[in-house]
Design a binder for this molecule. Sequence first.
Ligand SMILES: *Cc1c(COP(=O)(O)O)cnc(C)c1O
Length: 375
Amino acid sequence: MTTIRSIPLAQPSIGNRERELVEQVLASGVLALGPFARAFEDEVARLAGRRFGIACSSGTAGLHMAVRALGISQGDEVITTPFSFVASANCLLYEGARPRFVDIEEEKLGLDPDLVAEMRGPRLKGILPVHVFGRPCRIGELAELAYSRGWRLIEDACEAFGSSSSGRPMGSFGEASVFAFYPNKQITTGEGGVVVTDDPALAAVFRSLRNQGRDDDGTWLRHIRLGFNYRLDELSASIGVAQLERAEELRAGRRRATDAYQAALGGYDWLRLPSQGPDEDVDWFVYVVRLDPSIDRSRVIEDLQAVGVPTRPYFSPLHLQPAFAELGHREGDFPVTERIAATTLALPFSALLPDEDVTYVTDRLIKAVTGESGV
Ligand SMILES: *Cc1c(COP(=O)(O)O)cnc(C)c1O
């Protein structure tokens, strides 16, 4: 096959139902603070096994509110992972708190509970674990540690909507847990997020924080705390409602794409594929393989780009980001994170990815690495 394709790295699946509900919102004239955001947050909470869901304008906004609501402030320290998207550390810096990075473990790519257990310090206030790529981190052990040490627990489940471990959904562990619905996530609202919790007092604080610090009593110009405009608008929320209705279909699409990748790429000794434990049910957010360290990843990325296959290193370690220079980290501080980050490659992935695209991508990848046609 010599045709060159253009395959998106990620792609949302927007169907007729999304259009229909967006039309309904437009026709209703209620563009904010309406029934769709309420329906969306309730259903997300129910799926995560939580009592309350509070829809907000992004996952980052949700994380920021969680940090604020749990009383983490200036000079406090929170344990979190350097192998993540920038938002999980930024939300701490917004409040003047310091991310205390701890290295990850090789298998699930989340915070290593054994290393976390060694952490001490008078300013340590909390822990903020992330389920990376949709795979549950060792959240049970981390939650126990948090409980025994009196640490607050904020669960970043922004990449793990729909994943579970031993039947327990991700997003059910934190005092506050946060989902995100950016277009590349498992389901989308355009921009959007939901914070979930079981604590009614905390839920009330979230509702107030997202809505300019207003009280729940409905008095429009009464503000009881410093709040934000972190509301989710109705157009976005209606897309989310439609996506939840189609959640099984979307999940099945990702499952099909995952299975096709696993089948095509199994058995190569230069490649480590994403895996899940026997007790886990992972709904992958991205499909990330790990190349043997001897492989020149930059060249593979360029070769693939040249044939219309976008790929990306995922993630670039947070502790080495220029934005975090003030934290004073240097290369070598978190060896597992750095070693793994140097070999990751995210391949095109979505519920819409056709099998022939998977074949195209995997053939080109094999060719780029081995020089041989994979067919
Ligand atoms: C996507 C994501 C977020 C939130 O992203 P938004 O774009 O603000 O919705 C937070 N943490 C992680 C790990 C993420 O992947």
